[in-house]
Design a protein around this ligand. Structure first.
Ligand code: 2P0
Length: 328
């Protein structure tokens, strides 16, 4: 067999109804559904080459050899694909992100979405989008939503094997021009990974069960808000979901504080902008970067406010992006 190479591209995503807690750790099955926006230009490009001459997988990120933890996750994921394809061939995986990795900007989501498409295509598998999303989910939960793009809903599903836990897009990028403005308040790696934070919250937070009940309710309301293109309703749910997720994490033992002082200041300033008449809402993931959801007419005011905030290193303006795609 000759070497076969494939290059794919996927966007990171930000959840407006958050995923934070698993019903199955090994399969990355969420305890509740979530809703997200795929973000351009937060892109991961992955080139995967199958090489029959290799005796193990080789993984690089941004031109450097991947750290042990990421290498292990990629190998475990490739093992899944090798098992599906019935082929024992190893791969060279070269992945590049256009944004800070592991800093609450969901690089694992775009990374495993891009890897899922590259690996399945390279091994000759032609999966449905549902199956590809469910596969990417096993690499990183939120990757299920980067497969589909636009505005996506990832259903928790009920099956023990996870076959009904995948994302579907409910709006294409062109159908609603939403913007997300990200303030990078700490470009370094996170102090605690999402998986560990979720498990600590699930096992010790007195608010965890309530949080999961709330997430299901928020998901139903957020889907309605998207159907009606009701920006205020969607923004209100997004801010509530983010704050409730952080409240559950804060109440874990020991409590998990993802925010720094700049994150909190940004939250207040976003609310002040809203009081001043700009349609803008706050969200934040398992890291310290504040993220503002707005419509195009508020984008400049929001970006200028974040740029002027002491402690913000960089502001990234995002629009909606598509799902995972083959580049070459
Ligand atoms: C989300 N996050 O819905 C939530 C909000 C972080 C906070 O999905 O363990 O890296 O690999 O399934 O996908 C980040 O979680 O976690 C995430 P794993 P993942 O966007």
């Amino acid at each position: 067999m000759r070497e076969s190479s494939i290059k794919t591209r996927a966007r990171a995503n930000v959840a407006l109804v958050k995923y934070f807690g698993k019903r199955d750790l090994a399969l990355n099955l969420p305890a509740a559904g979530s809703l997200s926006l795929a973000l351009d230009p937060l892109v991961t490009v992955t080139e995967l080459t199958l090489d029959p001459g290799m005796t193990r997988d080789a993984v690089s990120v941004g031109g450097d050899v991947a750290d042990v933890g990421f290498h292990r996750r990629v190998v475990a994921f490739l093992d899944l694909v090798r098992h599906l394809a019935g082929k024992e061939i190893y791969a060279r995986v070269e992945t590049h992100n256009t944004f800070p990795t592991a800093a609450g900007l969901a690089s694992s989501a775009s990374g495993f979405a891009a890897l899922a498409l590259a690996a399945t295509r390279a091994f000759g598998l032609d999966l449905t989008l549902d199956a590809l999303s469910a596969l990417a989910r096993q690499g990183s939960g939120s990757a299920a939503r980067s497969v589909t793009g636009g505005i996506s809903v990832w259903q928790a599903g009920k099956q023990p094997d996870g076959s009904d836990s995948f994302a579907r897009s409910i709006a294409d990028p062109g159908q609603w021009d939403l913007r997300v403005i990200i303030g990078v308040s700490d470009p370094g790696p996170k102090s605690i990974g999402s998986t560990a934070a979720m498990e600590q919250t699930r096992t010790s937070s007195p608010y965890y069960d309530r949080w999961i009940t709330l997430a299901d309710q928020d998901l139903a309301r957020a889907q309605q808000a998207v159907i009606k293109r009701d920006f205020e309703a969607l923004g209100d749910i997004a801010e509530g979901s983010a704050l409730a997720m952080h409240a559950a994490a804060l109440a874990a033992r020991p409590g998990i504080v993802f925010w720094n002082g700049v994150t909190v200041e940004a939250l207040h300033r976003i609310r002040a902008l809203r009081l001043a008449g700009h349609g803008v809402y706050f969200t934040c993931d398992a890291g310290p970067q504040p993220k503002a959801l707005c419509l195009p007419n508020a984008e400049d005011a929001v970006a200028e406010m974040l740029e002027a905030l002491p402690g913000i290193h960089r502001v990234i303006r995002c629009g909606l992006g598509p799902g995972v795609e083959v580049v070459s």
